[in-house]
Design a protein around this ligand. Structure first.
Ligand code: NDP
Ligand code: OXD
Length: 314
């Protein structure tokens, strides 16, 4: 039995080395070498080359080394086998670091202060709001959204979530579905997007959504943080909303086109922070452990965490 690594934008070597140690007796092959296609039972795929997962007659499951699976589901030739995504504390912790960092940065007006520093201006703000004065709303209240919510709440932020289905999450108000989106937005000063990219969520971060955010918040104007996927956002609408004051600032980790083209006005906008899709990177040490345990569970006839519903797209 072998595991095929079909990954791009990451070096396969380190993954191959980790998986060989974690799955003794299992061959771990890469696309760059000759291998027996019949022996491949599992594939680990990240932005795999077109058709690289076809012609594997014994393929039993595909694993994404990231939390998102939009990169897999856009492959019209994807074999119809179960897909598993990463559910892992290390990845969730990294995303929460990003979300907490950016919520605090906007809370404390750090972009403004860095501007003052560049001009050698000593300009203390009037009394800044405290975390408990600011309402954070997390679009996508799944594994990553809930981890970030707990950490933000620990600092004092007033946090709520929005998910597709109604659900109870202790300590948080959870709004669900389109029917409750406007109430959720109306109580939100910082909107954090941790949604997967699906046919339902594509383009959701648009001027209509921005216009629904709270206008009475202590930050003055609402703030957008998107670390989900670039396809969720309409960048022309973000720029327009920043221009007309519908939004006060944005932290963007993901973009409609990646890498973000050099000519994008987002790069130099004074109220935008651009990061290069690295809010939560997959650490081979942690994620190889996660996938090895998913493979062992599948081999034992169990369904490990992270099973994707391809119809829903996440
Ligand atoms: P989960 O599947 O655990 O959570 C997804 C959440 O989104 C769920 O709460 C789900 O609702 C909600 N959701 C999905 N569709 C809709 C919809 N139509 N309307 C309302 N809510 C919806 O995923 P994770 O938290 O693990 O990951 C989220 C995303 O973060 C990934 O898909 C990926 O795109 C992105 N990501 C980005 C990274 C980066 O570095 N920038 C790194 C890692 C992930 P419900 O609970 O009802 O199912
Ligand atoms: C992921 C990512 O989906 O890194 O995990 O974008």
């Amino acid at each position: 039995m072998s595991v095929l690594l079909a990954i791009s934008q990451m070096s396969p070597d380190v993954w191959q080395e980790r998986l060989r140690t974690l799955l003794p007796g299992v061959e771990v092959v890469t696309l760059g070498e000759p291998f027996d296609r019949r022996s491949v039972h599992y594939a680990i795929a990240w932005r795999h080359p077109p058709r690289s997962l076809t012609g594997l007659p014994n393929l039993a499951a595909i694993f994404s080394p990231g939390a998102g699976v939009d990169h897999l589901l856009r492959d019209s030739d994807l074999p119809e086998v179960p897909i598993y995504r990463v559910v892992d504390a290390d990845l969730a912790g990294r995303m929460s670091e990003y979300v907490v960092l950016h919520c605090l940065l906007h809370l404390r007006g750090l972009m403004r202060e860095l501007g003052h520093q560049r001009l050698h201006r000593w300009m203390p703000d009037p009394l800044q709001p405290a975390a408990h004065d600011v309402r954070v709303g997390i679009l996508g209240f799944g594994v990553l959204g809930q981890d970030a919510a707990h950490k933000l709440a620990h600092i004092g932020f007033d946090v709520a979530g929005w998910s597709r289905r109604e659900k109870r999450v202790e300590s948080f108000e959870v709004y669900a579905g389109n029917a409750q989106l406007s109430d959720f937005l109306a109580r939100t000063d910082i909107v954090v997007s941790l949604l997967p990219l699906t046919s339902e969520t594509r383009g959701i971060l648009n001027k209509k959504l921005f216009a629904g955010l709270a206008r009475d918040g202590r930050l003055g104007r609402p703030v957008l943080i998107n670390a989900g996927r670039g396809g969720l956002q309409n960048e022309a609408d973000i720029l327009e909303a920043l221009g007309d004051g519908t939004l006060g600032a944005a932290s963007l980790d993901v973009f409609e086109t990646e890498p973000l083209p050099a000519e994008s006005p987002l790069w130099s906008h004074p109220s935008v922070i651009v990061t290069p899709h690295n809010a939560a990177m997959s650490d081979p040490d942690a994620i190889a452990l996660c996938i090895a345990s998913q493979i062992r569970a599948v081999e034992a006839g169990e369904i490990p965490p992270g099973l994707v519903n391809p119809t829903l797209g996440y």
